[in-house]
Ligand binder design. Structure first.
Ligand SMILES: [Ca+2]
Ligand SMILES: [Ca+2]
Ligand SMILES: [Ca+2]
Length: 403
């Protein structure tokens, strides 16, 4: 059912006028003892009509959810995480706010994000970045992998999905001169599933395995896996004769769009870098993307270390947050410093070990939790909070979601 904004508590002119919204904080008198009325003021720029509103208030202390199809709820006083889904001009939109203290009647502002059509549905289901060790205790490389899962009820095309690595480091906080995270996800590697739109179709509940090297690693290391049946691998032409990649001609290579290194991409093995899936909007080519100056952004930052504070500057390729399909923050549990991209994409983080150098991390992965089996298909948990959504430090199994 399509409903115009005018029918809701929030007057339409407030929604259209960001200046008014910016200063609007409404806290009125309490309605009843121990309860308070929460009203959501949704910033949805450029949207003419909103329908299918679904507001969830999660009581953090009581671990209880309150849901409604309006923008207003009467709730017990407490601390809440709010999430809202709706349809805005026919497209899915989402909004989140965490840690809202509700002690009296209050209006809370939420900013709507578009979930671009075709982007909803794919999630990173398992990430294996730590690598393995041989039975002799030697480091083994080339067997890292990512499992991408269709968490929707529709068959989706994986063509054009881009696997990205975050440029910022989760254990090294920057004091940046302008914090772009609200708008952009800074990346240092971008590898894209090829295809012209309908080449690689993925059924609901099915997964795609992307390996560093799609080969039988157990031949060289019995602690590793046979990845020769992976759907894709990434292959880098290295500028160094001493560090080269292996290409299995039977397995399709990802299109390399960009990587910070001139040799081979090895996803950060201590879990200091986060990962995501992105997709360029329809009609945007890689050439256009790389020709867009506003998406290759210079910035200054202060790096605070034990040895002192250092002023630095750098430049990163930026993916607008609306182009992110899914993102997973990673950081060792004891050395986490900050979320390197917007908490609306992922409000938490997951890990395989307490510290980056912990040797118990080898052979371990992070795996998205299964909510249940629905109409015969597996449904994975995706609240955009990896602390909740993931099992940390599981024994890696590239085929867990495939068989
Ligand atoms: Ca490779
Ligand atoms: Ca290949
Ligand atoms: Ca997600």
């Amino acid at each position: 059912m399509k409903t115009n904004y005018k029918n809701y508590f929030v007057p339409w002119y407030l929604v259209l006028c960001p200046l008014v919204l910016g200063t609007f904080v409404g806290c009125e008198q309490q309605t009843a003892e121990n309860t308070a009325r929460l009203t959501v003021l949704l910033h949805a720029e450029g949207i003419d009509s909103i329908s299918n509103i679904y507001l969830t208030a999660h009581d953090i202390n009581m671990n209880k959810d309150y849901k409604d199809n309006t923008l207003s709820l009467t709730l017990p006083q407490g601390y809440y995480d709010l999430s809202l889904s709706a349809t805005g001009d026919g497209q899915p939109i989402r909004a989140y706010k965490r840690g809202v203290a509700l002690t009296e009647d209050c209006t809370v502002e939420l900013k709507a994000d578009f979930v671009t059509k075709g982007n909803a549905g794919f999630v990173l289901a398992e990430i294996f970045f730590a690598g393995t060790e041989t039975p002799e205790g030697k480091r083994y490389v080339g067997d890292k992998y990512f499992v991408v899962f269709n968490n929707s009820a529709d068959t989706l095309s994986a063509d054009g999905l881009i696997l990205v690595e975050a440029d910022l480091n989760s254990v090294q906080k920057y004091n940046m001169d302008h914090d772009f995270r609200d708008k952009y996800f800074a990346v240092d590697a971008m590898y894209r599933i090829p295809g012209e739109g309908d080449t690689y179709r993925v059924a609901p509940g099915e997964a795609v395995l992307i390996a560093d090297n799609a080969m039988d690693h157990t031949e060289a290391n019995t602690n590793s896996f046979d990845l020769s049946t992976a759907d894709f691998e990434w292959y880098d032409l290295s500028s160094s004769a001493g560090v080269t990649d292996v290409d299995n001609p039977e397995v399709t290579n990802l299109d390399k769009l960009y990587c910070y290194t001139y040799t081979i991409w090895v996803p950060h093995n201590q879990g200091h870098k986060s990962f995501g899936l992105a997709r360029f909007p329809e009609g945007v080519t890689a050439e256009q993307y790389f020709a867009t100056d506003s998406l290759y952004v210079p910035y200054n930052y202060e790096l605070v270390t034990a040895a002192g504070t250092f002023s630095q500057s750098k430049k990163s390729y930026m993916i607008p947050n609306e182009w992110i399909v899914d993102a997973v923050n990673l950081a060792p549990s004891e050395t986490f410093q900050w979320l390197t991209f917007s908490d609306r994409l992922d409000a938490g983080y997951t890990y395989v070990a307490p510290t980056g150098s912990d040797k118990t991390r080898f052979g371990k992965a992070v795996r998205r939790k299964t909510l249940g089996i629905m109409n015969g298909r597996r449904l994975l948990m995706d609240t955009n909070n990896s602390t909740d959504d993931f099992e940390a430090g599981v024994s890696a199994d590239p085929f867990y979601f495939i068989y």
